[in-house]
Design a protein around this ligand. Structure first.
Ligand code: NDP
Length: 341
């Protein structure tokens, strides 16, 4: 049944193929491999996911002194390998979920799995300025919850006009002496309640109709060049931190037309963590625009692996009995079939 595999990787059919190697993917791998399921993680181009571009992670339970994002992901990977999860450092280019076992394609190989967990995450959108990228981790950030703590008593700016920008600006007032909220139009798209909180906050100054032309500073952010879109005038805003909150993009291009997703592209589940395609599960930011935390993604990975294991057993695919409510999945399957019809 296994297809030619140009890499020489295993010709076997995996019990579970996990696509993605952030906290969700690796946690799913830990649970799946530890449950004695033959598990493959197709890690993608950005091994370790968004945490690889974060500095200190101080809010992941168990690391009371904090831990560097890349170090944490090394530990996740090592833990999954310890239980026998296999890893391939390749990017998935295409999937075929039209028949079981499912097929997952990379440039030079095809992997076959009885169940798939999609944990491809999301990517923060950036403005695309050269100095924005150069100063990432040195004052430029895409995550207030992750990095806000480092800006105690400092003056900072947030760009964006949606709920994320409002939320980040409000959160950052806990640390910063002043938060400048920059928006390219003169009205926010955020919910009214969030707008109200922002406008009424004494520490937040709102700048409408501005774009950021450049980020200033050699080794750390020292200021921003703002351009007023009405007058065309530019000015320098001296800040030590710059939070880009212009939205996230879920990494779901390869699932278009294959898995149900919302208008933005976030994957949708049908029952527990399973999608409408029976046997395909989702975990982490790829289906979550709300929490987007390492710990919630890891929790999702755990849930997806348990769901996948239980589902496989109902299919007669797992020999060892587990403590699963098989009837529940029976009901779930009926619901899914009804929805599909
Ligand atoms: P949104 O897409 O809602 O907002 C993005 C904002 O960034 C917009 O104001 C947009 O401007 C601006 N923007 C986009 N590109 C650029 C650019 N290149 N330069 C300058 N500004 C730019 O994303 P969010 O992440 O804010 O929200 C995503 C979803 O998640 C929404 O549905 C939101 O409601 C939800 N959410 C809910 C929360 C909650 O309920 N607590 C918290 C966070 C998010 P413009 O308005 O001009 O297009």
């Amino acid at each position: 049944m296994a297809e030619y595999n140009g890499t020489g990787a295993s010709q076997e059919i995996y019990d579970i193929i996990i696509i993605g190697s952030g906290p969700a993917g690796y946690t799913a791998a830990i649970y799946a491999a530890r449950a004695n399921l033959r598990t493959l993680v197709v890690q993608g181009d950005e091994i370790g996911g968004q945490l690889m571009i974060t500095s200190d992670v101080e809010n992941y339970p168990g690391f009371e002194e904090g831990i560097l994002g890349p170090d944490m992901m090394d530990k996740f990977e090592a833990q999954a390998k310890r239980f026998g999860a296999e890893m391939v450092a390749r990017n998935v280019t295409r999937v075929d979920f039209s028949a079981r076992p499912f097929k997952v394609f990379t440039d030079d190989a095809t992997y076959t799995g009885k169940a798939v967990i999609v944990a491809t995450g999301a990517s923060a959108k950036w403005l695309g300025l050269p100095n924005e990228q150069r100063l990432r981790g040195r004052g430029v950030s895409g995550c207030a919850t992750c990095d806000g703590f480092f800006f105690k008593g400092k003056e900072i700016a947030v760009i964006g006009g949606g709920d994320t920008a409002m939320e980040e600006a409000l959160f950052l007032t806990k640390y910063a002496s002043r938060v400048h909220l920059l928006h390219r139009r003169n009205s926010f798209r955020a919910s009214k309640i969030m707008q109200l909180r922002v406008r009424n906050h004494e520490k937040i100054t709102v700048h409408y109709d501005v774009t950021v032309e450049d980020v200033l500073g050699e080794n750390a952010v020292e200021g921003l060049v703002l351009r007023n879109v009405q007058t065309g005038e530019t000015e320098t805003l001296p800040v030590q931190g710059f939070f880009v909150a212009i939205g996230h993009q879920p990494n779901t291009d390869i699932f278009k037309g294959v898995l149900p997703m919302d208008t933005v592209g976030y994957l949708q589940t049908a029952q527990f963590t399973m999608t409408r395609v029976e046997g395909v599960f989702v975990a982490g930011d790829v289906a979550d625009h709300r929490y987007r935390q390492a710990v919630t993604a890891a929790g999702d990975g755990c849930r997806a692996a348990i769901d996948a294991e239980r589902w496989l057993e109902t299919q007669g695919e797992v020999s060892e009995a587990t403590t699963l409510p098989a009837e529940e999945w029976g009901v779930a399957s009926e619901i899914l079939r009804a929805k599909a019809d």
